[in-house]
Design a binder for this molecule. Structure first.
Ligand code: SF4
Length: 103
């Protein structure tokens, strides 16, 4: 996602067992963003990535993540992306054989 707030601007917490997995931002920020205990995305407006942004990120993924077995859709709720965008993202990931078990 070519965003005002690149993914590298935040510290994402990863379990050790997920260290070989990839990240792909289909959304940015949190669509809810009203939990009183959470400030994690307060400085980021919510938005959905365009399919063009996602395609560009998928092309760049091998340089950052190699060939991960799993890819986590990111933003606080990556599945808040539009249905057609999620379906196209799944097709692109499968076509590029970047994932073996996801979806
Ligand atoms: S990221 Fe999670 S905990 Fe934080 S505001 Fe959004 S839904 Fe709530």
């Amino acid at each position: 996602m070519r965003a005002q707030y690149p993914i590298s601007a935040k510290v994402y917490f990863r379990n050790e067992i997920e260290s070989a997995d990839g990240f792909l931002q289909t959304t940015q920020g949190c669509s809810h963003n009203r939990c009183v205990f959470c400030t994690y995305f307060k400085d980021q407006p919510f938005r959905k990535a365009t399919i063009e942004e996602i395609e560009a990120d998928i092309r760049e993924m091998p340089a950052y993540f190699g060939a991960p077995k799993r890819i986590f859709l990111q933003g606080a709720d990556g599945f808040a992306a539009d249905y057609d965008v999620l379906m196209r993202t799944a097709e692109l990931l499968r076509y590029r054989e970047m994932v073996t078990r996801a979806f």
